[in-house]
Design a protein around this ligand. Structure first.
Ligand SMILES: CC(C)(COP(=O)(O)OP(=O)(O)OC[C@H]1O[C@@H](n2cnc3c(N)ncnc32)[C@H](O)[C@@H]1OP(=O)(O)O)[C@@H](O)C(=O)NCCC(=O)NCCS
Length: 155
């Protein structure tokens, strides 16, 4: 049951996009394992709570009848050398729900959120290994502008 108004037109499958809530943590955790992040619901739930309190971040979910079919995390980025923009920081659609317009609806919700904040550009970094996401973003009119190495260091 859900009383939140849908943020985007329903997808053909009747699934609609709404803002995420704390109670979505378990379903978002389940979907995140598909992305290769096998976190526990407790850890993910804490981070979700943090994000839901941050005005410069937004998480949207695709609500199905009983389960979630996907989620997206977008955030406003401010860098010294470039204009304020929106980054897509995470996106996944449940395996059996792909190819039905749900990914597009989630990206559209993120773009609408960014537009409302006055942002005029969206950037997404997609791992070369996520081969399905490349034609997907291109279909949604995203252009590939560079290829990078990513470094990290434990502290
Ligand atoms: C990428 C992903 C989010 C796409 O979600 P989806 O719900 O299947 O995508 P949609 O059904 O909304 O597709 C929108 C358009 O992209 C196209 N598209 C989607 N996946 C595609 C693929 N693998 N190859 C070619 N085209 C694809 C669709 O055909 C559709 O085109 P259309 O306008 O002609 O109908 C989903 O496959 C996924 O979760 N992948 C694993 C995680 C991932 O890669 N996330 C991105 C991290 S940056």
């Amino acid at each position: 049951v859900n009383d939140d108004p849908p943020l985007a037109a329903p997808t053909p499958s009747g699934i609609f996009v709404r803002a995420a809530r704390h109670e979505d943590a378990a379903e978002i955790t389940r979907l995140s394992t598909l992305l290769g992040y096998p976190d526990g619901v407790a850890e993910l739930g804490k981070r979700l709570s943090l994000l839901l309190d941050r005005p410069a971040d937004a998480v949207f979910v695709a609500q199905g009848e009983t389960t979630l079919a996907g989620w997206i995390h977008v955030a406003e980025e401010v860098h010294v050398v470039s204009e304020r923009r929106c980054d897509i920081l995470g996106l996944v659609v449940d395996e059996h729900a792909r190819g039905r317009g749900i990914g597009r609806a989630l990206v559209r919700a993120g773009e609408a959120w960014a537009r409302e904040r006055g942002l005029t550009r969206v950037v997404v970094r997609s791992n070369v290994a996520r081969t399905g996401s490349h034609p997907f973003y291109e279909r949604l009119a995203y252009r590939r502008i560079k290829t990078q190495h990513v470094y990290d260091k434990g502290l």
